[in-house]
Ligand binder design. Structure first.
Ligand SMILES: Nc1ncnc2c1ncn2[C@@H]1O[C@H](COP(=O)(O)OP(=O)(O)OP(=O)(O)O)[C@@H](O)[C@H]1O
Ligand SMILES: [Mg+2]
Length: 294
């Protein structure tokens, strides 16, 4: 099982859209996929589940918030992910909840007390909660995808600690390209601090940077417009891995679903543009499979 965080602190760059489409396409190709929505905005959840259904059936006891709350409240036994996961179109989903925002505050409170040694132990324990739980289901999935929120919260860091790889969707503009370096530095610092506290080599983590996926590209005559080509070249020159497959901007197709955003690969349009958009997602999935090795 390979675990991948889809992450960028910048909001609205296509993290959720890429996670949902990648998951759908991977399942179509016969992979066993679990997606975990770690964003209190719950957009990924509502890409797959109708709001009414979530409210009536899952809101109370089938979300990642419920799992964290059980740990914080000392419930015994803590429910396993298996008890919480739901299934839609072959995709296994661990839903999010608006209240997940409060979980971070509770977890932070537990981190800030005691002696140096207690701090170390609390740090390792708090940041490895999800990692430990995934070990119980590692034979059941080929891949786990985390849709991360646009921040570097304790919940986000839990995803990174649990991950073999992280993938960064980014728009190709000046601030976005600057942000990629900052994100990588922060991930490196988290990894260093975590590994410094580990007492055995087997606990050491090493989430690998899988690459940037250029999203919302403005395409003219089949190519990114020149301003965006420049940012792509700049990234390449600074040795930042960038996926060959890029995702174009297409508001009609990416925002045409009635609810949040049914994966494009589940929609049906007859236009040539739709075929091209689907082709991009298929190419991205093939490249992803190759890089992750699943
Ligand atoms: N390639 C695209 N072309 C046009 N619109 C897109 C594209 N990808 C995503 N969008 C739209 O842009 C908005 C933001 O996308 P998305 O929610 O995937 O970003 P995000 O990075 O997950 O945001 P957040 O940081 O808030 O979680 C959504 O309305 C989505 O439908
Ligand atoms: Mg999102």
């Amino acid at each position: 099982m390979e675990v991948v965080s889809i992450i960028n602190y910048k909001g609205g760059v296509g993290k959720t859209t890429i996670t949902a489409n990648l998951a759908a396409e991977l399942v179509f190709r016969g992979k066993r996929v679990l997606v975990i929505d770690l964003d209190p905005q719950t957009n990924l959840t509502f890409s797959f589940v109708k709001v009414d259904e979530w409210t009536n059936k899952y809101q109370k006891e089938r979300t990642i918030k419920y799992w964290f709350d059980s740990i914080i409240d000392g419930v015994s036994p803590v429910p396993s992910f298996e008890d919480l996961i739901i299934e839609k179109n072959g995709i296994n989903i661990l839903c999010s909840h608006l209240g997940l925002i409060d979980v971070d505050i509770e977890l932070a409170a537990g981190l800030s007390s005691g002696t140096e040694r207690q701090h170390k132990n609390n740090f390792l324990k708090t940041y490895s909660l999800i990692k430990k739980e995934l070990e119980n289901i590692k034979d059941q999935y080929d891949v786990v995808l985390f849709d991360c929120p646009p921040n570097f919260s304790i919940v986000t860091k839990n995803a990174l600690v649990a991950s073999d790889y992280y993938l960064v969707p980014a728009k190709m503009d000046y601030l976005s390209t600057l942000g990629i370096n900052q994100l990588r530095n922060n991930v490196d610092n988290l990894v260093k601090q975590y590994n410094k506290y580990c007492s055995t080599d087997s606990e050491i983590i090493n989430p690998e940077f899988l690459g940037v996926v250029a999203t919302m590209i403005a395409v003219r005559n089949g190519e990114p417009i020149s301003a965006q080509r420049n940012y792509i070249s700049t990234l390449e020159r600074s040795n930042i891995n960038i996926f060959d497959s890029m995702i174009r901007e297409n508001k009609t197709i990416y925002a045409s679903a009635p609810e949040y955003g049914t994966p494009v690969v589940f929609q049906s349009h007859s236009s040539g543009t739709y075929q091209e958009v689907v082709q991009e997602l298929e190419n991205l999935t093939s490249e992803f499979i190759g890089k992750v090795g699943i």
